[in-house]
Write a protein that binds this ligand. Sequence first.
Ligand code: UD1
Ligand code: PEP
Length: 435
Amino acid sequence: MASFEVIGGNKLKGDIHPQGAKNEALQILCAVLLTAEPVTVSNIPDIRDVNKLIELLADLGVKVTRNAPDTYTFQADDINLEYLKTDSYVAQGRAIRGSVMIMGPLLARFGTCMLPKPGGDKIGRRRMDTHFIGLQKLGATFTYDSQDSFFHIEAPNKLKGTYMLLDEASVTGTANIVMGAVLAEGITTIYNAACEPYLQQLCKMLCRMGAKITGVGSNLLTIEGVEKLGGTEHRMLPDMIEIGSFMGLAAMTGSEITIKNAQIPELGIIPDTFRSLGVKMEFQGDDIYLPAQDHYEIDTYIDGSILTIADQIWPGFTPDLISVALVTATQAKGTVLIHQKMFESRLFFVDKLIDMGAQIILCDPHRATVIGQNRQIPLRGISMTSPDIRAGVALLIAALSAEGRSIIDNVEQIDRGYQYIDKRLNAIGADIRRL
Ligand SMILES: CC(=O)N[C@H]1[C@@H](OP(=O)(O)OP(=O)(O)OC[C@H]2O[C@@H](n3ccc(=O)[nH]c3=O)[C@H](O)[C@@H]2O)O[C@H](CO)[C@@H](O)[C@@H]1O
Ligand SMILES: C=C(OP(=O)(O)O)C(=O)O
């Protein structure tokens, strides 16, 4: 288990380049299974979850060529379905959430898939009903073995397009169904589809491969199935969750940071949400300039009542930035109610912030009230463990702003999604040592 030793209190200064988007990468990499032709993907982040998925694809028989540090070509022209029966596949599938999205493509192309219950953050129940009900509507049948948490899904005949109204706008569920539908016979209509930029990027790539999808960016997708898909090139967007994390980091540490090439139009409500916490930023072309702020103040609503920051499906505020918004509020002036609606175990990390001196009341597993200290009482360094990827980065931000030394254990959680974060932050003035 790796740890970070963090000496807090430094003000950072300089440019930072966001990595390619983790959650987009997990979808795009699974989509290479939909064609026997080469697919070249660039701006792939060098992070644990993505590397594990690339390893899984290679073991399944995908030819993987690394053309540059962030660019790979994949060719799925000789897939070995027997690999799905091996113990190493089971271990790989259980290690990451993204493995779930090999299901749609394998089912569409080969009529079969097996899947161990996928890994990912332990942040509450993460049901997969939407995936299976959607694929079932396309004609697949599945069984779930509760003894070994294993799913078997089969489609002996070609998948058939149909209308479906998803019970929830699941991100990876929508991706799986879309990847099943692109090769199905006839027209599939998916209502209440998720429409995060990750999915928009996936749909755009599939269209370049020959798929016929309309409604991209909305919650109503129409997909006309095609016989087969061809190769393409695709470039990943910058990671919007990393960009939001840098916004919170700049405010908490009083730093002057420029986030380079942020693809601002793709960030949705993220900049405005951080602005509502008092974080000042200027858009300079496609860069985001965050000036050093001695103080920042949380907005109230027009009638003077306390602000709420809550997660919502896209284009609402992403649940993956709730932990960062929460930590950012701890040193602002004012009060905010943080409401994490989607996941029930993602706020417990506030105990550590409370130990550091933050004023937070955890109202219930979904809601926390943060009373900002306006920097009058700085956080103090402590020893802590990173429970999940986003809480991990929130604790890192807290430690960088704190007085004294902190130790953060289990930073593999942070490494799942943030590329060389210690080195990149040290390059602009942070003091983080990997132990
Ligand atoms: C690999 C990947 O891409 N992971 C992301 C993906 O996970 P993932 O695709 O697993 O998450 P889902 O979108 O399926 O659902 C997330 C949670 O929100 C709940 N839910 C979802 C939709 C809805 O309308 N109502 C509702 O309550 C679900 O029950 C679940 O508890 O999307 C999540 C939600 O943005 C992100 O946190 C994860 O980082
Ligand atoms: C919850 C997350 O990831 P995963 O779905 O891979 O666990 C995340 O990226 O915040």
